[in-house]
Design a protein around this ligand. Structure first.
Ligand SMILES: [Zn+2]
Ligand SMILES: [Zn+2]
Length: 401
């Protein structure tokens, strides 16, 4: 057999089992053969990956940007130039996240992202858009400006879906808002993933949208108030959104790979209580992610931020604003390293949080997310510390250390 590319000698994390010293053969962007004996396999290009681990490329279903790329507000040229930075960190698929802004501006930006998908030589990297807001609970605003939060109306939802519905793969909203059930059904009917997030919903409110088709939770334990105190009975807790999303096995949960956003015990807890394929690792990264400690960035609205220990914090003369957390600067490979450290789970299981699991949640596991014959050769080659050596998309080398 002659193929285009052969990766041989490394530890291959195949979907069915781990091959301690295996190979992956690639032809026309697809995995055509894998196993432990590559003696009969001829290839136009052979790469010895003996010291490394061959894993499916990472899928980040919640990221606002990386390095100098900012999906929220960048122009087309910057995004076309910058999205390749994801490859440095082993990422082969992203869902670009918006934040709450005037709806017309969000729609304009999603049209720009559509052009990135159409025009980029790396178009396969961009799966679609995650609409985060504006239909969020004000008390759980997080990094979203209060002035842009709104209630879902048929007029707004129809406007967004008609203009850019083809690009939207997921929408985060608060289940307690009026018309949330209608919104959930409208999204689910179109094949868009309805996501619970930025919410202080009661158990019943959360349950209603789960029954209507909500299947995922945005950055659990961040911008989510899980319980309420019973106003009529002192110190009696009422079940809230946390109980509902943990109770229903149909709902997957994402955690930001950052101990400041998600304290360490939550990683062990979610690992224990959620089914194997319902746990997802994300970065929720902003531009600045992957840049050096102390990097200062200026957003278009004039705000300045600094990268400090894996998070992005405000710089401001006002001491009540200075130092405030605005987002994460973690990258997928570092998030994975932390997940293993915090939970002690196996390499294979940790990788699933960033590969096959998000692929299943997004409904793209038939074509990517694992190393199996017939799937796209979206592959990262890493060392034991999750330091990325090569990235392939699909089957083309797009990064080499
Ligand atoms: Zn958020
Ligand atoms: Zn976000």
């Amino acid at each position: 057999m002659i193929c285009a590319l052969l990766l041989y000698g490394g530890k291959v994390i195949a979907e069915a089992k781990t091959l301690p010293r295996g190979y992956v053969a690639i032809e026309e962007g697809r995995i055509v053969s894998l196993g432990e004996d590559w003696t009969g396999v001829e290839a136009h290009q052979k790469i010895d990956v003996s010291r490394y681990i061959v894993t499916p490329g990472f899928i980040d279903m919640h990221t606002h940007g990386i390095f100098e790329v900012n999906f929220v507000e960048d122009n087309l040229e910057s995004m076309l130039r910058g999205i390749k930075h994801y490859f440095t960190f082993g990422v082969t698929r992203v869902v670009a996240s918006t934040i709450s802004r005037p709806l017309e501006k969000t729609v304009e930006q999603i049209k720009r992202l559509r052009r990135v998908k159409e025009e980029s030589e790396y178009c396969a990297l961009l799966h679609g858009v995650h609409l985060e807001g504006p239909w969020l609970a004000p008390r759980c605003q997080g990094g979203h400006s209060l002035e842009y939060l709104r209630l879902p109306t048929e007029e707004d939802v129809t406007f967004v879906l008609e203009e850019v519905g083809d690009m939207i793969t997921s929408v985060t909203f608060a289940p307690e808002l009026p018309k949330a059930v209608w919104l959930t059904e409208a999204l689910a009917q179109r094949g868009i993933l309805p996501i619970i997030g930025h919410t202080e919903a009661s158990y019943e409110e959360a349950e209603r949208v789960i029954l209507a088709g909500a299947r995922h939770v945005t950055h659990m334990y961040d911008g989510i108030l899980g319980y309420r105190e019973n106003p009529d009975e002192a110190l009696v807790m009422l079940p809230g959104v946390e109980t509902a999303v943990l109770y229903y096995d149909t709902v997957s949960v994402e955690l930001i790979g950052c101990p400041i956003h998600v304290p360490k015990p939550f990683f062990q807890f979610i690992h224990k209580v959620k089914p194997m394929d319902k746990k997802v690792l994300v970065t929720d990264s902003l531009s600045g992610a992957g840049m050096g400690e102390g990097t200062v960035l200026r957003y278009k609205d004039g705000r300045r931020v600094r990268v400090i220990e894996g998070v992005v914090r405000m710089i401001d003369e006002d001491p009540t604003i200075d130092g405030n957390l605005t987002g994460s600067a973690v990258t997928m490979n570092i998030a994975l390293q932390r997940l293993r450290e915090y939970t002690g789970i196996s390499l294979e299981e940790a990788l699933r949080w960033a590969t096959l699991n998000p692929a299943k949640v997004l409904g793209i596991d038939h074509e990517t997310g694992s190393i199996a014959i017939g799937k796209r050769a979206d592959i990262a080659v890493i060392d034991d510390s999750f330091d990325v050596q090569y990235t392939f998309l699909p089957g083309e080398m797009v990064f080499r250390k």
